[in-house]
Design a protein around this ligand. Structure first.
Ligand SMILES: [Zn+2]
Length: 249
């Protein structure tokens, strides 16, 4: 399954970037908008995850986020997340670029994680910026208010119609542009601007490897396509990397 070419890149790579999407989270049981359940099935994602939706109905939106936060606190990193955390220790530079908000890469042990869509475990006051943990915001029913200024607290996630966080985006572009090996994992590669990251890596001369159960618009352009779930493919890739780095040492 691991080609000689990929083995050689695993042996020599100084910098690796792993770009992850909803697929790897789904393997841990993180619900998507499509699996909303109950009363949420009637809502459009834009009504729950946009500034307009929040302004119109903050109580409802907070009820939805409180439920999601509780569900996500119970899910666990899967073998794919754990393999990426182990891989971080094999290379001088290793960055995760993620479109997921579930914090599972950090919980698995990765220390360099560029979050393009925020993080469900964080919240902040819209008026003064004060930060709040989930524990703090879930303690009160209804819309949580800032203890410092009385402002409205919102989840620290990127909503429909909002810009990606500039720092995370700039760091992601740098990681993609300087990678020797770029892994595109469990992402449909259709949502821009994030979907341009594999192209940035290709243009900069990285070996680009896609890991996904199904083909995507990216598949025809990558150097290699490893078909399968992240939880199966990434542990194999880690084993190959560990063996290759040992040979080198
Ligand atoms: Zn405040």
């Amino acid at each position: 399954m691991i080609s000689d070419r990929l083995r050689n890149v695993l042996r020599s790579a100084q910098s690796v970037a792993a770009f992850t999407g909803a697929g790897i989270s789904a393997e841990s049981g993180v619900p998507t908008f499509r699996s909303k359940g109950g009363i949420w099935t009637k809502m459009k994602p834009e009504e729950l995850a946009s500034m307009d939706g929040f302004m119109k109905n903050p109580d409802l939106v907070w009820e939805w986020y409180a439920q999601r936060k509780r569900i996500m606190a119970d899910v666990q990193p899967n073998p794919g997340h754990r393999a990426l955390a182990q891989m971080e220790r094999l290379f001088p530079r290793f960055a995760i670029i993620t479109q997921n908000i579930d914090n599972l890469h950090q919980r698995a042990g990765n220390t360099v994680v560029h979050e393009l869509h925020g993080n469900i475990e964080r919240n902040y006051c819209m008026a003064c910026g004060k930060r709040y943990t989930n524990e703090e915001v879930l303690a009160s029913a209804g819309v949580p208010r800032c203890s410092a200024c009385g402002g409205t607290i919102r989840p620290d996630v990127v909503w429909f119609g909002e810009m990606l966080p500039e720092d995370a985006w700039d760091a992601s572009v740098r990681a993609a542009g300087s990678a020797d090996l770029f892994l595109s994992i469990g992402t449909s590669t259709v949502v821009y601007p994030a979907a341009s990251l594999p192209t940035i890596a290709l243009d900069a001369g990285a070996m680009v490897v896609e890991i996904n159960p199904e083909t995507t618009p990216l598949t025809s352009r990558v150097d290699e396509f490893l078909q399968g779930p992240a939880g199966t493919v990434l542990p194999e890739l880690y084993d190959a990397a560990a063996a290759a780095r040992k040979e080198k040492a």
